[in-house]
Ligand binder design. Structure first.
Ligand SMILES: [Zn+2]
Length: 292
């Protein structure tokens, strides 16, 4: 598996690559613009060039852009929906410009209008993008914890949105956040729990759609719909949950990106080391099994 972190772009886009390299990341995730404001400053050609140059011999094989938190393509409010579309388009185009493989987006909240309406609005935005712009990076729908009126709180919901997007298999994939998935009611503490999720995805839209994992332990209980990330091994999923993830051969080719907190309990470096240690143990066990 390839491990990495969400890194800051403070000081310039290329700084994200430097931070990733320093941490020993094989994959990174970034915000391509201010994640908490609607205003976007233009992406300059020299910033793009510097980013690509820094990436070239960095050992970073996957770059993912995370869309802005303000974006809610499912909003029943037409004004917010339009603003969200502009920003979604901007983020997806930026991802393409900097050569990012993926742009990750939360499906959003229907705000009382109902799931079906929410699914339609999100799919509408995607289909509009495909008409108005050029698809250069894949867009990944990330599973949500499903609190409030969030529409992305189940694998079935994500696949129902994807079903309504034209040529989805070419440019729309899925992102599995371990914390959100657990909060949404999928028990990822055991290999059987992981198996069940992978079988569901396989059945509903094919496992090829799953492109990336967000590795975060969960502070809340199974199914409590709380989106609270914890350090790997310090939450309800525990080390066993992440070891169980590594037992799934279909996931071995995927990038695994940390979005864990940075506080007195630890930081990206410590969480990366925890994941890598689990992975080394898993590989040793794998070798013993093979040599038997
Ligand atoms: Zn996430």
């Amino acid at each position: 598996m390839r491990f990495g972190c969400h890194v800051s772009i403070a000081g310039g886009l290329y700084k994200a690559i430097e931070r990733g390299v320093e941490l020993g990341c094989e994959a990174i995730q970034i915000f391509a613009s201010n994640p908490r404001g609607w205003r976007v400053s233009p992406l300059r050609a020299e910033d793009v060039a510097r980013f690509k140059e820094a990436r070239a011999d960095s050992g970073i094989s996957v770059v993912a852009v995370h869309s802005t938190y303000l974006v809610n393509l499912a909003s029943p409010n037409p004004e917010i929906r339009e603003k969200s579309y502009s920003r979604f388009r901007e983020d997806l185009e930026r991802a393409g410009q900097i050569g990012a493989e993926y742009m990750i987006i939360h499906p959003g909240s229907h705000g009382g209008a109902g799931l079906e309406t929410g699914f339609d609005y999100v799919a509408e935005a995607f289909n509009r993008f495909r008409q108005e712009s050029e698809v250069k990076s894949m867009a990944l729908l990330e599973i949500e914890a499903g609190g409030g009126t969030e529409i992305g709180g189940s694998w079935d919901n994500l696949c129902r949105i994807r079903d309504r997007i034209e040529a989805a298999e070419e440019w729309v994939g899925l992102c599995l956040d371990t914390c959100h998935s657990f909060a949404a009611g999928y028990d990822l503490r055991t290999p059987e729990g992981w198996r069940a999720v992978l079988d569901t995805i396989k059945e509903r839209c094919g496992l090829a759609a799953l492109k990336l994992i967000h590795a975060n332990d969960a502070t809340g209980e199974l199914g409590d719909r709380l989106d609270r990330h914890s350090h790997i091994g310090h939450g309800r999923l525990g080390l066993a949950g992440f070891a169980a993830m590594m037992e799934q051969p279909e996931l071995h080719g995927l990038p695994v990106i940390l979005e864990t907190p940075e506080d007195e309990l630890g930081n990206f470096a410590t969480n990366l080391e925890t994941l890598r240690q689990l992975w080394r143990t898993r590989q040793k066990q794998g070798n013993t099994v093979n040599s038997r």
